[in-house]
Design a binder for this molecule. Structure first.
Ligand SMILES: Nc1ncnc2c1ncn2[C@@H]1O[C@H](COP(=O)(O)OP(=O)(O)OP(=O)(O)O)[C@@H](O)[C@H]1O
Ligand SMILES: [Mg+2]
Length: 645
């Protein structure tokens, strides 16, 4: 009989919230609680199998690791038991009282929001419910809240457990309302028994047929037997019982791959791409890898950990094997099972193992070739992959010099002229006018803002496309990569534009025809330079402007302006970077100013104008003005002079 007078513990606040949401959830696919419990049981058996490599005694005379499901209709209790590693008292408190996983807080909030939304829709009928079910299902899938999903079907849960290397057993008990109790349990078997006291409405999960169907649907791939035990103690195995990846491809259908993906990846949706390969020859391994169709929430965690599990001959070794998958492919999910690594390989030295390096090389090659195929065959699909993971893949350009040439053709860009189209470097280079020697790009954050920048006007007028670099990572790989097919990358906001060799379209030409005589413009430039003095590095006429009067650029060899802004945002100490102010000699404003130079009494107005030109250029860059009140005073002065003249 259960000891009911255990010591009481409060759940961590997030867990309480989560349990409240679970208990009241209208969620239709409640059956996934079984998948979660089986997944935990299977993990527990994996852990024991791993420990037993060095401590075979742990298995004792109970070496057939398995999950057993036993329904008891009289008591309305469903038991899910395993003979895996088990938990001691402290582990019970830590694992079943808190949520350690990062991002859980965000999850609880999203789940609360999605259910609050449902509350409002409740009156309006089924639609709201469907939507909420979809959202919650996705969230549960993504965050893998595992054990706590028991409370979707149970009004009380008991966990009886004993750790494989300890003699004492424990009983954890909770009704899911704020606290749980823990008491010693005599004669607890090794492993963990989850006893679910089902709610009346959820008694369907006692029916063998229902259980069989759920196990088949969600857990068929689990690599150990799942037994269904009836009231008279007879057992039948209800799953395939062998690890999915170890079966031949021809025997696996889409649904099974998808279910395995949900299990291993904790991702909603379908895999965008599935790679199931068996390598033979000098090294032998099997890999079942997936590219998700959505972005995982922790994709940009600074730790950049991948999520591919390593097995050695079906024995789970670790899901933290650095070096198995490079960080720039960390969006991949799945398993790798090696036949060559030693079973007792130490997790610590694993990452320097030459076999592991060979596996990695093989996997990276294969992933690239699959991506190449998809990019060629279904460019629209590839674009959706790119939008999710492109920024991650680009990290490989500077991290993995060996793969650079293989990676570059996989990279995609938006451009000033390309609208929503994603261009490859080959698309860009093939479309370049003959005289064009460089691959022009502009860096920034927002493609639309970049397309409106003054610096690209001259390029647009000459029909030259400019690639838009809007990911912070672009600033890292550009200097490392330098060129593609012998065409150097060149920022359009840096150095001279060298545009004289390109023909200007007729429209733009009309403007240039009545340009100011060069002498007058030179005088204006000299005056602006004198007035602005130390505020700029240089002042010169511009080839890149057609519509705007001025713009700022970085001098050749200086930091790109966008990179400088990024570095300052991240609190890097930088020496002051002076920019070059470029003036459009064909603009009405600058032409009028040029004519004023040397006129009597015009010098004060010209000095104001010089400052205003500089301020305008700063505003166009989205940068703060050094002296806003002076700007306001000068602008008001200029406008009122114009109005009263
Ligand atoms: N049957 C079990 N045997 C041993 N430990 C278990 C068992 N079930 C749960 N646990 C422990 O409780 C923890 C929490 O389980 P839970 O399912 O909530 O999360 P998880 O399994 O860690 O993550 P996820 O389910 O998202 O993969 C597990 O990490 C494990 O340490
Ligand atoms: Mg789990």
């Amino acid at each position: 009989m259960a000891n009911t007078s255990g010591e009481k513990h409060a759940f961590q606040a997030e867990v309480s919230k989560l349990l409240g949401l679970m208990a009241n959830s209208l969620y239709r696919d409640k059956e996934i609680f079984l998948r979660e419990l089986i997944s935990n049981a299977s993990d527990a058996c994996d852990k024991l199998r791993y420990s037993a490599i060095t401590q075979p005694d742990l298995l004792g005379d109970d070496a057939a690791l398995a999950v057993t499901i036993t329904p008891d209709s009289d008591k309305s209790v469903l038991v899910v038991a395993d003979n895996g590693i088990g938990m001691n008292r402290q582990e019970l408190i830590d694992n079943l009282g808190t949520i350690a996983r990062s991002g859980t807080e965000a999850f609880v909030k999203q789940m609360a929001d999605s259910q609050a939304g449902d509350g409002q829709d409740a009156q309006s009928g089924r639609d709201g419910e469907d939507e909420q079910n979809g959202a919650t299902a996705g969230l549960i899938g993504q965050f893998g809240v595992g054990f706590y999903s028991s409370f979707m079907v149970a009004k009380r849960v008991d966990v009886v457990t004993r750790r494989a290397d300890e003699a004492e057993g424990w009983r954890w008990r909770s009704d899911g309302s704020g606290s749980f109790s823990i008491a010693p349990e005599a004669d607890a078997a090794r492993g963990t028994r989850i006893e679910l006291h089902l709610r009346k409405a959820d008694r369907e999960f006692l029916e063998p047929l229902r259980i069989r169907t759920v196990v088949k649907a969600y857990s068929d791939h689990v690599g150990l037997p799942i037994w269904l035990e009836n009231e008279s103690g007879q057992k039948e195995m209800v799953n395939e019982g062998s690890a999915l990846w170890s079966r031949p491809r021809s025997e696996i259908d889409e649904d099974q791959y998808r279910e395995f993906y949900h299990h291993i990846a904790h991702m909603p949706g379908d895999p965008w791409h599935t790679i199931h390969l068996h390598a033979e020859g000098r090294i032998e391994y099997t890999a079942l890898l997936f590219v998700p169709d959505t972005k995982p929430f922790d994709l940009f965690d600074p730790i950049r950990k991948h999520r591919v599990r390593l097995y050695v001959r079906r024995v789970f070794i670790t899901d933290e094997c650095e070096g198995l998958i490079p960080p720039y492919l960390r969006f991949m999910r799945g398993v790798v099972d090696s036949s060559d690594l030693a079973l007792n390989v130490s997790r610590e030295t694993l990452q320097n193992d030459p076999i592991l390096a060979k596996i990695r090389t093989g996997l990276v090659k294969r992933v690239f070739s699959e991506l190449e195929k998809r990019a060629k065959k279904t460019p629209e699909d590839y674009a959706s992959f790119w939008e999710s993971f492109g920024a991650v893949l680009k990290e490989g350009l500077y991290e993995d010099a060996e793969q650079k040439d293989r990676l570059l053709p996989l990279i995609r860009f938006r451009s000033t002229g390309g609208g929503e189209r994603w261009l490859s470097l080959d698309d860009y280079v093939d479309a370049m006018p003959e005289q064009q020697e460089a691959i022009y790009y502009m860096s920034g954050e927002d493609p639309d803002a970049l397309r409106r920048s003054p610096q690209i006007e001259g390029f647009r007028a000459r029909g030259i496309d400019v690639l838009l670099m809007v990911d912070p990572v672009d600033q890292f790989w550009l200097p490392v990569v330098g060129s593609y097919k012998e065409k150097p990358f060149r920022s359009v906001t840096q150095g001279g534009a060298d545009l004289e060799k390109f023909a200007v379209s007729d429209e733009a030409k009309a403007d240039e025809a009545d340009a100011t005589p060069p002498g007058e413009m030179d005088k204006l430039i000299a005056l602006v330079k004198l007035t602005l003095a130390d505020a700029v590095k240089d002042v010169r006429t511009s080839e890149r402007l057609t519509d705007s009067p001025v713009c700022l650029v970085a001098d050749e060899g200086d930091l790109d302006m966008h990179l400088e802004r990024l570095l300052r945002q991240h609190k890097h100490e930088l020496p002051e970077q002076k920019r070059v102010l470029e003036i459009n000699p064909s603009h009405d404003l600058t032409r009028a100013l040029a004519r004023m130079v040397g006129q009597k009494g015009a010098s004060e107005a010209l000095e104001d104008a010089a400052h205003l030109l500089m301020d305008q250029a700063l505003i166009l860059e989205g940068e703060p003005l050094p002296d806003p009140s002076a700007f306001s005073r000068r602008l008001s002065g200029l406008v009122s002079r114009a109005l009263t003249e």
